[in-house]
Design a protein around this ligand. Sequence first.
Ligand SMILES: [Zn+2]
Length: 232
Amino acid sequence: MIDKMKKQQMTYPYILQRMRRKSISLSVTPAGEVLVKAPLRMSEQAIRAFVQKHEGWIQEHLHIAEEQRKKYAEAPAQVRFLGKDCRVQLWQEKQVCLQDGVVYLPEMEDAAKQRAKLTAWYRQQAKELLGRRIEHWAQRMGCSYAKLRISGARKRWGSCTSEGTVSLAWRLMMASPRDVDYVIVHELAHRTHMDHSREFWMLVAKYCPEYETCRRMLKDISQWMHQEGWDL
Ligand SMILES: [Zn+2]
C-alpha cells in the first residue's frame, strides 16, 4: 500500500481528458501543464502507468516549455513611441502594428528576433515620420539638405555633414514630437552654422524657443534607454 502511494506521488500531476478515441496521448501545454487524452473506458491505473512510463519525455518537454516562457518574458512589456508608453501585446500576425496605444508584436520563440522585428518597425516609422518633419522644417527655415539618413546611432540623436547629409537616429522615435522637432531644427541650423556658436543657438531658438527643455528631456530619454537596454 505504501509502495503504491509513493509511486502515485512520483507521477507528474496531469489533466485528464476522457474522449471518444482509440489511443492515449500525452502533451505538455505552453503553460507547463501535462495533458492526457484517454479513451473513455481506459482504467485509471493504465493511464497512470502510461504517464509514469513517459516521465523522461514529460520532464524534457516541461523544461522546453519553461525555457520558451522565459524567452517570451524577455519581450518588452511596454515600449515608448513618440514620448508615450505603449503596452506590448503579442499576436499571431507576422508584422508589428500600433493601434490605440498598443504595440502588437509577433509571437516568436526567439526574443532576440522579436526585438530585431521591433527595431525594423521603429526604423520604418522613423523613415516616414522624420522624412515628413525634416521636409516641413527645411521649408519653414528656408534651408536645404542633400539627404536624410536614418542611423542606428546609440549616443547621438542626429548629425549633419558639410555636404548636407542629415543623419537622425531611429531611437529618436521614442522621444516626444517636440523633442524630435528640436533635433531636426538643430541639424538643419547646421546648414547655416557648422558650429555651436552663439549665432547657431540663436537660430535654433528662433524655431524652437524651448530647446533647452528639449535637450534636458533627451538626456533623460538616453538614461531611460540605457536602463531598458535600448542602447545595446
Ligand atoms: Zn550640433
